[in-house]
Write a protein that binds this ligand. Structure first.
Ligand code: PEP
Ligand code: MG
Length: 851
C-alpha cells in the first residue's frame, strides 16, 4: 500500500474502518452494512466507500483522486465496484468485477490459475467493460464464440474496432471509467423513474463501494459463493447458497463469479464443494451476523487458500411468508422484540399468505389485465354463464366464470367457480364485492380483452381467441389474466401466522370487524379474529335462486296485501339467516344493514328471466315486461335505494326488524346475549332516521309484548351521502352509531360511478389525475375532509356516538391510517382482508408509541 487515505483529506472518499464516518443516508445501506461487519471483526477485504455527494459530482464530470483510491489496495489487486443506495430495493447499476485486469495481470494470473482460466477471466472483464462502461454494442460482444486465448484476442480486437482505441490497460483509467459510468447510469431518466416507482425520493443518492476482490494469486483452493441460513420462500431454517470453486479449471470459471454476483437466487445451488471447515466458518459467521445485525443475512464470500473473506452481507430476499416466519423466529430467539417483529412484515404482503398465489418464479403468459379486485389466484376452464359454472362444478372441474359484469343471478355461478373475470366494473362493483366476500380471486374491468359471450369466445389483448373450456388463470392479486396453468403456492395460515397476529393484536388500538353476509363469511371472519360484523348487507341474502323469486314478488306487489304475503314468506328466511349469524358470532356485535338494493339488481334483465318471473307471478310476460320497464330508473344508484325504499315501502324494514328481533331472542336463549345493531343505508336527512326509528321501535315493542321477553338493540346510520356528513350533528342525535359508507361516499363526492369507473381508471392513474383509484385507497383530501367533518359534527351532536367505516377502504392500510387519525373507533372490511387490517392498525399504534 502506497499511501493511506486520510479522512480529513477527502471527506467524500472513505476507507471503511470501524470508526469511519459512514452512514446509510450519506453512503447507502451496503456501505453501512460493510462497516458493521468490519466492526464485528469479520474478515472483510479492504473497502472504500464513495458518498452520495461524491457520486453526484462524478456524474457531473468531477472525479475524485483515483490514484489515492488505488493506493488503498495492494499493487496489482483486482477490484470490484458495487452500488450502495439508501434502500437496496431501489436498485442501482450492476456491479463491475475484476477491475485491474490487463495484459500484465493476465500473465501473472496465467502462472497461478492456468492460461485458459486467466484468459476467460480477462475476456469476461473486457466484455463487461465494453458493454456496461464503454457502452458498445452488446450484440457484437455476445457473438464472440472463441474460448481461452482465442476468445480473449477476439474480445480485445472487437473492443479496439468498436471503441476506436485499444482496451485501457491502466487500472486508474479503468476504475475512473467504471465510476463514471455507474454514476451516470444512476442519474439516467429510466433508472430514476424505476426507483421512484419503488418509493425512492426524487433526489435519492447513490453511493459506490470499491472493494478488493480478495482473490489472490495463490495456487490453493479459490472460489466464491453466497450462503444464507433460511429458505427465502418459506422462511424455514435451511442452509442454502452456492459455491463455485475456481480451482477446478476453466469450466467452473466460465459460468462463474459474474453470475454469482449478478443473480443472488440461491436455489438450485450447491455448497457441497466447500471444504468442511470453511463451510462451518461461514455458517458461524451467518449466525453471528443474524444475532448482531438482527436479521437473516445472505453472505457473499470468497475463499482463498482456505481462508474465508466476506465481501458483502445483505438481508436475505424473502417472500411475505418467509418475512413473517423469519420475524417470528428472531423474536422467539430474543434477537428482536415482538413489536419489531410486527413492524417487519408489510401488511399488503400478508394477503399473499391468505390465498393461493401464482408462484413468483413461474413464467407468466399475460393475456389480459384489469382491476385486481379480489386477491389470490386460481386456474380453471373458461365458462361464460352461471349455469355452465354450476355444471362444471358438478363434474368436479374447476372453472373461471367470464362475464361482462355480474348480477345477483350470477351468485350461484360465482359460488361454483374458482375465480371470476369481468369486462366491466371496478373495486366496488358487484363481482368485486361478492368475490372478496367469498375469497374468490377476481379481476374486473378487463376491457382490453374481447368478451364475445354469444360466440363463447374470449379474445386476449394480443388477439388470441380462447374458447369455452380452455384453461386460464385469474390472478386477482396483480389484476393479470394468464393463459394456462402456471405453478402455484399454497396459502400459509400456520402457527407462525397465528403467533404473529396475536402479537399484532396486543398493540392495536382500533377495532377491526368484517363485512359478512353469509354464514361462510361470518365463519371466515371468526377464523381471522374479526371483532364482530360491521356490515351485513341484507340484500345479498336474497341472491340465492329460492329467494330471489319471493323477493321479486315482493318488489312487484301491487297491493299492500300482496306485499304482506310475499314478506310473510321472506320473514322466516331472514330470521333463520340472522339466527345463524348470531350463533356463529357468539355474542360479538353484529351490525345488520336494512335493505339497500338498487332495485334493478333484483329485476330480470333478459327474456328467460322475464318468462320465469311471469310464471311465478302467474302473469303474462307482456305485463311483467311493462312493469319491469316502469320500474326502471335512469340512475338506479341514485334512485329508490336504501332508506328511501324504507320510507316509501315501510313494510320491508318492518319485516326485517321483526326478523332481527325474533332471531335475537332465539339466539340469546341458546348462548351469549345478542345485542343487534340495525343500520339505515343512504340516509341524507335527519327526518328519514326519525321516521324509520319510530317504526322500528314499534316493532321492537310488539315483539317484546308478544314474547314477554326483553332485549336491547342499537340503531345507527350509514353516512354515505355528502349531505349526511354535513348534517351529522343532527343525525347523530337519533343514532347510537354512525358508519361511513366510503364506497358510496366516494362515488357521490367525485360524481364517479363505482360500476363504470374501471373503464377509465387506469388512464386516470397512469396520467396522474388520481394518485390511486379512490375506490381502492380513500381520498384523504376530498372524501377525507367530508369524513373528518362528519366525525367532528357527529360527536358534537352525540358525545357517545360510536364511529366506524364499512366501505372497502376498511381493508386498505393507508385508508386505515387515515381513519385512525380521524378518530374512528373501528373499521370493517371483507373477511379476507381482516388480517391485513389488523396488522396495519397494529403498526400504526406501534409507530405512535415509539415516536
Ligand atoms: C358503502 O357504500 O361504502 C357501503 C359499504 O355500502 P355498499 O357498498 O353496499 O353500497
Ligand atoms: Mg353504500
Amino acid at each position: 500500500m502506497r499511501d493511506t487515505l486520510r479522512q480529513d483529506q477527502d471527506p467524500y472518499v472513505t476507507l471503511i474502518t470501524p470508526k469511519a464516518p459512514v452512514s446509510t443516508p450519506t453512503h447507502g445501506g451496503r456501505a453501512k452494512c460493510l462497516q458493521r461487519l468490519i466492526r464485528l471483526e469479520l474478515p472483510v477485504p479492504r473497502t472504500v466507500a464513495l458518498s452520495f455527494e461524491t457520486v453526484h459530482r462524478i456524474a457531473a464530470g468531477e472525479l475524485p483522486d483515483i490514484d489515492r483510491i488505488l493506493a488503498q489496495f495492494p499493487a496489482g489487486a483486482l477490484l470490484c465496484v458495487r452500488p450502495s443506495s439508501e434502500d437496496p430495493d431501489w436498485g442501482g447499476p450492476g456491479s463491475i468485477l475484476n477491475i485491474g485486469m490487463n495484459d500484465a495481470t493476465f500473465v501473472d494470473l496465467s502462472d497461478s490459475i492456468g492460461h485458459a482460466a486467466a484468459a476467460s477471466l480477462y475476456k469476461r472483464f473486457v466484455m463487461a467493460y465494453a458493454i456496461h462502461v464503454a457502452r458498445l454494442d452488446p450484440d457484437v460482444f455476445e457473438e464472440i464464440e472463441g474460448v481461452g486465448q482465442e476468445g480473449l484476442s477476439e474480445a480485445l480486437r472487437c473492443y479496439e474496432e468498436e471503441a476506436e482505441e485499444p482496451f485501457p490497460q491502466d487500472p486508474a483509467v479503468q476504475l475512473a471509467e467504471v465510476l463514471r459510468s455507474m454514476a451516470r447510469a444512476w442519474e439516467g431518466t429510466t433508472a430514476r423513474l424505476l426507483r421512484q416507482a419503488k418509493g425512492a425520493p426524487v433526489d435519492a443518492g447513490l453511493g459506490l463501494i470499491v472493494q478488493e476482490m480478495a482473490l489472490g494469486l495463490g495456487s490453493g483452493e479459490r472460489g466464491s459463493g453466497v450462503l444464507q441460513l433460511v429458505n427465502s420462500e418459506t422462511g424455514l431454517p435451511q442452509v442454502t447458497g452456492r459455491y463455485l470453486s475456481q480451482s477446478q479449471g476453466r469450466e467452473a470459471l466460465e459460468g462463474g463469479p459474474a453470475a454469482l454476483y449478478l443473480e443472488r437466487d440461491p436455489r438450485g445451488a450447491s455448497l457441497e464443494e466447500l471444504e468442511p471447515e470453511a463451510f462451518q466458518a461461514l455458517k458461524d459467521y451467518a449466525a453471528f451476523m443474524r444475532e448482531k445485525l438482527r436479521a437473516e443475512m445472505q453472505i457473499e464470500f470468497t475463499i482463498e487458500n482456505g481462508r474465508v473473506h466476506i465481501l458483502d452481507g445483505m438481508r436475505v430476499k424473502r417472500s411475505p411468508r418467509a418475512a413473517l416466519r423469519i420475524a417470528v423466529h428472531l423474536a422467539e430467539d430474543g434477537i428482536i422484540s415482538r413489536q419489531e417483529a410486527v413492524m417487519r412484515v408489510e401488511p399488503r404482503g400478508l394477503s399473499e399468505l391468505l390465498h393461493r398465489q401464482v408462484d413468483p418464479e413461474a413464467a407468466r403468459d399475460v393475456i389480459g389485465r384489469g382491476v385486481a379486485a379480489s386477491p389470490g389466484a386460481a386456474t380453471g376452464k373458461i365458462v361464460f354463464s352461471s349455469s355452465e359454472a354450476q355444471a362444471s362444478a358438478a363434474r368436479g372441474e374447476n372453472c373461471i366464470l367470464v362475464r361482462r359484469e355480474t348480477s345477483p343471478e350470477d351468485v350461484r355461478g360465482m359460488h361454483a367457480a374458482v375465480a371470476v373475470l369481468t369486462e366491466r366494473g371496478g373495486m366496488t362493483s358487484h363481482a368485486a364485492v361478492i368475490g372478496r366476500g367469498l375469497g374468490l380471486p377476481c379481476v374486473v374491468g378487463a376491457a382490453r380483452m374481447g368478451f364475445r359471450l354469444h360466440d363463447k369466445i374470449l379474445i386476449t389483448e394480443d388477439g388470441r381467441r380462447l374458447r369455452e373450456g380452455e384453461m386460464i388463470t385469474v390472478d386477482g392479486s396483480s389484476g393479470q389474466v394468464l393463459a394456462g396453468a402456471p405453478a402455484m403456492i399454497e396459502a400459509a395460515l400456520d402457527d407462525a401466522f397465528h403467533v404473529f397476529m396475536s402479537w399484532a393484536d396486543a398493540e392495536r388500538d382500533i377495532g377491526i370487524r368484517a363485512n359478512a353476509d353469509t354464514p361462510a363469511d361470518a365463519t371466515t371472519a371468526r377464523n381471522f379474529a374479526a371483532q364482530g360484523i360491521g356490515l351485513c348487507r341484507t340484500e345479498h341474502m336474497f341472491f340465492e335462486a329460492d329467494r330471489i323469486t319471493p323477493m321479486r314478488e315482493m318488489i312487484f306487489a301491487d297491493s299492500p296485501e300482496d306485499r304482506k304475503a310475499a314478506l310473510a314468506r321472506l320473514l322466516p328466511m331472514q330470521r333463520a339467516d340472522f339466527i345463524e349469524l348470531f350463533r356463529i358470532m357468539e355474542g360479538m356485535p353484529v351490525c345488520i344493514r336494512l335493505f339497500d338494493p338498487p332495485l334493478h339488481e333484483f329485476l330480470p334483465s333478459d327474456r328467460a328471466g322475464l318468462r320465469d318471473l311471469a310464471e311465478a307471478l302467474d302473469l303474462p310476460v307482456s305485463d311483467v315486461t311493462r312493469r319491469v320497464e316502469s320500474m326502471g330508473e335512469y340512475n338506479p344508484m341514485l334512485g329508490m335505494r336504501g332508506v328511501r325504499l324504507g320510507i316509501a315501502v315501510p313494510e320491508i324494514y318492518d319485516m326485517q326488524a321483526r326478523a332481527i328481533f325474533e332471531a335475537t331472542l332465539e339466539a340469546s336463549q341458546e348462548g351469549a346475549p345478542v345485542v343487534p345493531e340495525i343500520m339505515l343505508p343512504l340516509v341524507s336527512a335527519m327526518r328519514e332516521v326519525e321516521l324509520v326509528r319510530t317504526r322500528i321501535d314499534a316493532v321492537a315493542a310488539a315483539v317484546r309484548n308478544e314474547r314477554g321477553r326483553e332485549f336491547d338493540y342499537s340503531l345507527g346510520v350509514m353516512v354515505e351521502t355528502p349531505r349526511a356528513c354535513l348534517r351529522a350533528d343532527e343525525i347523530a342525535q337519533h343514532a347510537h352509531f354512525l358508519s361511513f359508507g366510503t364506497n358510496d361516499l366516494t362515488q357521490m363526492t367525485y360524481g364517479l360511478s363505482r360500476d363504470d369507473a374501471g373503464r377509465f381508471m387506469s388512464h386516470y392513474v397512469q396520467q396522474g389525475v388520481f394518485a390511486e383509484d379512490p375506490f381502492h385507497r380513500l381520498d384523504p383530501e376530498g372524501v377525507g375532509e367530508l369524513i373528518r367533518m362528519g366525525v367532528e359534527r357527529g360527536r358534537r351532536g352525540n358525545g357517545g356516538v360510536m364511529l366506524s367505516i364499512c366501505g372497502e377502504h376498511g381493508g386498505d392500510p393507508d385508508s386505515i391510517a387515515f381513519c385512525r387519525s380521524a378518530g374512528i373507533d373501528y373499521v370493517s372490511c371483507s373477511p379476507f382482508r381482516v388480517p391485513v387490517a389488523r396488522l396495519a392498525a397494529a403498526q400504526l399504534a406501534i409507530r405512535d408509541k415509539i415516536g
